[in-house]
Design a protein around this ligand. Structure first.
Ligand SMILES: *Cc1c(COP(=O)(O)O)cnc(C)c1O
Length: 469
């Protein structure tokens, strides 16, 4: 399997290089040159597999020759061994033909564990084979950092540095990062906001001379192809459980960077009978405006009760644009350039029509989020987290055909976001699951640094020279 850049100006690469590279040299994102396809008979054969066996079948064609079947199987086993539910991704019924796909049983209680547990294992194996070490560097406003740290904490060949804005992430989220005391894990609280963190990370990627010779620098943000790939699996899992290939279903996906719902789109393109993908946004609604009013324009960030979806621009949308424009990299490059200079673009009639054959969208603000958490708790006793509530609310607004199974993705556990849950009238902070019950008593370790590139580089270099590396 080869991967091409969405901007058409980079050499195609194999799986291993794509995982270790992140962004393509022309600024684009890597996508598979051709998608594998599963016909009805092949889908029937996949029915009844457990999650791990299914993951191997769905991901194997993307990996191509880069891993043996046995290696892939071992990676998947290790990646999902730490999930606290035997089914890995259980489906829970909320109403008539209405389902919730619980994706929060991983170690950090959010769906990002599906991708980052796998990616950590994958990096370690690829690096061991090459006899190399890597630095994983990222910025987080919440969920990504803890999932990346959990994914890498046991990696012998990885040192991970995660920047978070000092005093601006929730206590649960900070503690999920800073209580991991492994030698290769480095938490840095930056005296600044999330943008400062991101700019520091970008500057490090742009000039890598501060790293020891031969050390790779790897990004684990949602543009990394391996993350998308691992997320395709649970769409197959849910649709097969609900009767695919004989029966269609629709998915409602709480969306920020468009990584998760893009994985669902790929699953549909691979032959899964998906009736529609519902893009559920909070007040940061660039995708909803694009799909409904053809207005893809940057607006100021609105802090919401579902902070992991607070984005101004959805980076993975570029991967969809590539398909909408007939896989013409030059057309995508032009759109992205227009966006960079003017802060907006609109789609061609044809591209917009194409998008609407796969996607619909709804925007759910904080009020709708809180009302949905409250209503669901009152009627069924089920406690939704605010991100999952955006998906459920969107699904209920959009749905017209009660015969069509509707699956809303539950992307986080409610204990991660006590504020929204309290506002919905829940009388206490929702309890953390047992493996995290003592989180607030665990010792923390992190370094506070100014928002200064030189200080960060010195810190990383010093940590690497003292550590195992
Ligand atoms: C990251 C995240 C999202 C958004 O996912 P994207 O792939 O960026 O669209 C939604 N919910 C939760 C809980 C998240 O952590």
């Amino acid at each position: 399997m080869r991967y091409v850049s969405t901007r058409g100006g980079a050499e195609p690469l194999g799986f291993e290089e794509v995982v270790l590279t992140g962004l393509a040299p022309d600024g684009g994102l890597f996508v598979p040159e051709r998608l594998p396809h599963f016909d009805a008979e092949q889908l029937r054969e996949l029915q009844g597999r457990d999650y791990r066996a299914l993951a191997v079948e769905v991901m194997a064609p993307f990996v191509g020759g880069a891993l043996s079947d046995a290696e892939l199987r071992a990676l998947v086993e290790r990646a999902y061994a730490g999930f606290a539910h035997r089914a890995v991704a259980p489906l829970v019924q909320l109403g008539h033909n209405e389902w919730l796909l619980e994706l929060f049983h991983g170690p950090t209680l959010a769906f990002k564990d599906f991708a980052l547990q796998f990616l950590g294992q994958l990096l370690d194996l690829l690096l061991a084979r090459r006899g190399q070490r890597a630095v994983v560097l990222g910025a987080t406003s919440g969920d990504t950092g803890s999932a990346a740290i959990e994914g890498c904490r046991r990696c012998a060949n990885v040192d991970i540095f995660i920047l978070h804005p000092h005093g601006r992430v929730s206590e649960v989220q900070r503690r999920q990062m800073t209580t991991v005391l492994a030698d290769n894990v480095h938490n840095i609280a930056v005296e600044g906001d999330f943008d400062d963190c991101q700019n520091l990370v970008k500057a490090c990627f742009a000039d890598r001379v501060f790293l020891p010779e031969g050390r790779l620098l790897v990004a684990v943000n949602s543009i990394n192809w391996a993350r998308i790939m691992a997320q395709i699996v649970y769409y197959f899992w849910a649709a097969l459980a609900l009767g695919a290939p004989a029966r269609q279903c629709a998915f409602a996906v709480p969306t920020g960077n468009f990584g998760d719902v893009y994985a669902g789109y790929l699953a549909a393109r691979m032959g899964l009978p998906v009736a529609r993908l519902l893009v559920a946004t909070n007040a940061n609604d660039i995708l909803h405006r694009c799909l409904t009013a053809n207005d893809h324009s940057r607006r100021p960030l609105v802090p919401s009760l579902s902070p992991s979806m607070d984005i101004m621009v959805s980076s993975n949308f570029e991967r969809l644009l590539f398909d909408l424009y007939g896989r013409e990299g030059s057309a995508v490059a032009e759109l992205m350039e227009r966006f960079r200079t003017t802060g907006r673009f609109s789609l061609s009639e044809e591209a917009l029509a194409g998008a609407r054959t796969w996607f619909a969208s709804e925007r759910v603000d904080d009020e709708g989020t809180v009302a949905t958490i409250a209503e669901e708790y009152r009627t069924s006793g089920y406690l939704l987290d605010p991100h999952s509530a955006v998906g459920v609310a969107a699904a209920r607004r959009w749905r017209r055909d009660p015969a069509l199974p509707m699956v809303a993705l539950a992307t986080a556990h409610p204990a991660k976001f006590p504020e929204a849950v309290r506002r919905a009238g829940y009388p206490a902070d929702p309890p953390l699951p047992s493996h995290l019950a003592d989180l607030h008593a665990r010792p923390e370790r992190y370094e506070v640094l100014p928002a200064d590139l030189e200080a960060l580089r010195r810190h990383i270099a010093a940590a690497l020279s003292q550590g195992r590396g």
